[in-house]
Structures are given as C-alpha cells and as structure tokens.
Design a protein around this ligand. Structure first.
Ligand code: ADP
Length: 520
C-alpha cells in the first residue's frame, strides 16, 4: 500500500508548520508533536547526535517523564535508535520484547510501556543529525511500510528545518557578538556607502558628532556631520582619503579644542558586504595636547640650556689644555667635564633640531643637491664615534650614480647621521658593519642603511618612528638616546616628499630604506 492523499495532506501540513519556525527549541517541539500524528502513534521521541561524543541525546521531551529522559544518553549502536543511527537505515520493530536491540532503560525511566517502534535516521546535507522514533501504533496495530515511507519523508523535512533553525541561531549569535563589539568599542566606527551616506555608526562615533546612532542614516560624510570642525570633508574626499592609507586629523575649536583622528578604509565589493567605506574615529585631543606640551617644553629647555653650555664648552677645553699645577684627580675631572659637556651639547642640539623640524618652520628646498657628498659628510661627522665603537662603514659605488635630488642638504645629513649612529648603537657584534647602498627605479631612488646589529621585532617596526619611542631594552638606559632620532628622520624625509621604512631580522640586523621621489 502506498501513501494516500490524506497522508500527503498531513505531511504537507506538518512541513508548513515546522518550516515556519526559526527557533531551534520550537522546531524540535513541533517535530516531536507532529511525529505522532503523521504515523498515528501513541508517542514519539527525538534524539539528536552529539558528534563530539558519538552519543544520542534527548534535547526535547514532552510530558511528565520529560526531565528524566532529557538526562539520558545512548551510545551510537546502543538500542534501536542507536542501531538506526549507526546503520543510517529505517527500522520497524513491531514487538520490542522479541528484539534484543531494544534498550529497556529508557522505558524504565519514563515508565512508558513500548510495544512497537518505527525509527528513522534524520539526515541533513548527507550527514546524520539524529533519529526520530514513533512509539506504539494506535489501536494496537503494526507499523506498516507505508508508515515508514511517510515517516522518512517527515524525517527529512524535519532535518532540514532543524538545520535551518540551527544556522539561523548561529547567525543570530554571531550578529549579537559583533553588535556587542561594535557598541562597546571605545573608538568610533562608521560604515558608509559609496556615496558617503552613513549606513551605521556605533555609540562612540555618534557621541563625537553629537548624533543618535539610530538616526545616523540621515547623515552623510560632509560638513553637516562634521559640524563645527575646521576644513570639514566632502563625500568626494572619501576615495582619496582611503588611498592615502594614513590617518587624517579634524579639529573643532569651539570651546575646548577637540581633535578627531580618522582613518578611512575602502570596502571592496564582495557578495557578503556592501561596497563603501569604513571610517575609524579616535579622540586624540589628549595625545595632541601632550605632544604640544612636550614640544613647547623641549624648545624651551633646549634654548635655556644652550647658553650655560656654551660657557662650559668654552672653558673646559682651556682647562684640559693647561693641566700644569693640577693633580691627577683634577685632570681627570677636567677631562670628564669636557666629555660630558660635549655629550650634553650634542643632546641639546638634537632636541633643538627636533623641535625646529617638528614646528614645521623649514624652508622648501629650492635647488637639486648631489647625495653622495651629504652621505660622506654624515659618515665624517661620526668618525670618532665609529672609531670608538670599532665600527666600519662602507659606501657602495652604486651611490655615486644617484642623480642630484631636490632635498635639504643639512637635514639630509642629519637623517643619515641618525640612521648610521643607530646602526652602530644597537649593535652587539664584535665587528660592527654598516653599509650604505642605493637602488634606482623610474620615479624614485632608494638609499639603504644596512647593519648587522641586534634587529628589531616585527611588532616594534612601526612604533620606532613615533616620538620618544624606544624599544624596552634600549629604554632601560643601556644605550643613550631620547627616542627622537627616527621620528625626526620620518618627519624630514616625508616633508621632502619621500618615505622611510625598515626591514629587520632579530639577531641578524636591520635595513632602513629612505626613498626619495625623482622630479620628472
Ligand atoms: P634613540 O636612538 O634615541 O633611542 P630613535 O628614534 O633613533 O631613538 O630609535 C628608536 C628606537 O628604535 C631605539 O631606541 C631602538 O630601540 C630602535 N632602533 C633604531 N634603530 C635601530 C637599529 N638600527 N637596530 C636596532 N634597533 C634600532
């Protein structure tokens, strides 16, 4: 006997009910309830597969025995459900007392008297997800092949509905996680479409602009959003900003100065995300204030220190040059005064240069200058230092071919002095070597300062160009410095239109590359 129109109607109805639900618990309950109706059974059970332990468990159970059943687990292979799970085949047992596969412990705990079972595997995308059983055919009849057919159709509909509900709940869980991160981030985040229309903004971002995140979709990346900021952006700036791959500051000077540092990133089209931009916003007011204070302080102390230092540096050489009448201790003291005042003077000079470069009071270069003499000058200025440290510098012949560049000569010497000095300072090798070489492309020339020193960990390689930044072991004072050299190099090189970068391997050495653009 095959399925009747009534059976089909029943199956269709069952399918409509279970596929209309998206909550896993609700789907499971509906499946359990409908299972009895589909094959006219007295009861049903639904066992899900725990892939990790290879066990079947009752996730939902109806009626008074529910709680006891929910604690039970069957190994795959154990009992009739276990056999069906293992073989992935349906099974009809119309007299369980004669079937040794029947596990009596379930009945014992539920006090339900099972006579007959129709059990079928639930498969989704070719994988077993559980077993569904109909217990005791009504009117003490036997389960038939027609029941099996109907139950198998019902099981496959149920498996799809359960899988869909599970996927949906996974998506909801992931979405909730992302929402929490988005809402709790201390940085502002804004999602924009290609035309600069706000699609989403998190509470921190809304706070910077004084808008409610729920109403942000009425805004655009423009002067209205950046209300009160100097030089507010336009939506058409998004593309160029995303290409610059660096942060841009906006300042609002109403009341207390407020600095908002933004980073624009272009979202590339992909089927799961919209085309547009993501903008990260950070309140950098305190950082900027700190920097300004440091700069002003630096400029002030370096100027104030310069005058007394000039006097000390004037007298100290006179003292060391005429040691007559001095005892050994006095001679040593005079020498030490001279050495230390020279060291102090070079530190103060560095601070002064740094504060001048930082203040942006530099003139644009007006003529092209050959590079090699500048490198020779930098090496020459460090000769005594290099000799003391037993370091050798090699200027490769490739540098002679570098054309004259539109650069500031004095500052370029300063950049390479810093790089060469670092190459020797941060070097624990017996034979310290520094190599200067160059390479040429169509539109740029790159000069490299390579050393065989201690190397720089990859996570530090960006940070060392920040002001006052020193890597921990150099910061402990083993190596003199203020963490300003590379920051000065970066500022100077970028002001001249170039870039500076580093490649390094711990224990093997570092290579700093300064890239100057060539004027066409
Ligand atoms: P300073 O030399 O005054 O410490 P810099 O700004 O020149 O400051 O350098 C910052 C930090 O970068 C240094 O303290 C050091 O830890 C690291 N560094 C710079 N150059 C090198 C190098 N050639 N090899 C290894 N570490 C380096």
């Amino acid at each position: 006997m095959s399925l009747s129109t009534v059976d089909f109607e029943l199956l269709l109805q069952a399918n409509r009910i279970i596929s209309s639900k998206l909550d896993v618990e609700e789907v499971l309950r509906a499946v359990l309830e409908l299972a009895t109706k589909v094959v006219h059974a007295e009861a049903s059970s639904l066992l899900l597969l725990d892939e990790k332990t290879d066990e079947l468990y009752f996730d939902v159970a109806l009626g008074s025995a529910g709680d006891a059943v929910k604690r039970m687990r069957l190994k795959v292979g154990e009992g009739i459900a276990g056999w069906v799970a293992k073989e992935k085949m349906p099974l009809i047992v119309n007299d369980v007392s004669r079937d040794e596969r029947f596990a009596q412990r379930v009945d014992k705990s539920t006090k339900f008297q099972t006579r007959s079972i129709l059990a079928v595997p639930m498969m989704a995308k070719g994988k077993l997800i559980g077993v569904i059983e109909a217990l005791n055919k009504e009117m003490k009849q036997d389960f038939s092949e027609t029941d099996r057919e109907a139950f198998e159709i019902f099981a496959s509909q149920s498996a799809i509905a359960i899988e869909n509900a599970r996927l949906f709940s996974d998506v909801l869980r992931e979405k909730a996680k992302l929402n929490t991160v988005f809402a709790e981030m201390s940085e502002g985040v804004m999602l924009l479409d290609e035309a600069g229309q706000v699609l989403m903004i998190n509470p921190a971002g809304g706070c910077y602009f004084g808008i409610d995140p729920a109403e942000a979709t009425e805004k655009k990346f423009d002067a209205d959003l950046f209300n009160g900021f100097e030089n507010p952006p336009r939506p058409s700036d998004l593309g160029p900003l995303a290409q610059r791959d660096e942060t841009v500051d906006f300042v609002r000077r109403e009341g207390k100065d407020f600095y908002l540092t933004t980073f624009v990133h272009k979202l590339h089209p992909n089927p799961n995300s919209p085309e547009g931009y993501i903008v990260i916003l950070r309140d950098t007011t305190e950082e900027k204030r700190g920097e300004m204070l440091k700069r002003n302080f630096l400029a002030l102390i370096s100027h104030k220190l310069k005058t007394p230092l000039t006097v000390i540096l004037g007298y100290a050489p006179v003292l060391t040059a005429s040691p007559e009448g001095m005892n050994e201790f006095q001679k040593k003291a005079a020498k030490s005064i001279l050495n230390q005042s020279e060291h102090l003077s070079s530190l103060v000079d560095k601070l002064l240069r740094f504060s001048i470069v930082e203040s942006g009071r530099l003139k644009k270069p007006t003529e092209k200058v050959p590079l090699t003499p500048l490198l020779e000058e930098a090496v020459g200025a460090l000769q005594v230092f290099m000799h003391d440290k037993k370091a050798v510098v090699e200027i490769e012949p490739s540098l002679k071919e570098v054309p004259a560049l539109m650069i500031d000569g004095l500052l370029t010497v300063e950049v390479f002095k810093n790089l060469i000095e670092n190459a020797v300072k941060f070097n624990d090798k017996e034979e310290k070597s520094v190599t200067l070489c160059s390479s040429r492309e169509d539109s740029a020339v790159t000069v490299q300062v390579r050393d065989n020193g201690i190397g720089i960990p990859s996570e530090e390689q960006e940070k060392i160009f920040q002001k006052f930044y020193q890597i921990e072991n150099s910061f402990t004072g083993q190596v003199p410095g203020a963490g300003l050299g590379l920051s000065l190099c970066k500022k100077v090189v970028e002001d001249m239109g170039g870039t500076i970068s580093v490649q390094s391997e711990i224990g093997k050495g570092s290579c700093f590359s300064v890239r100057f653009p060539l004027d066409k």
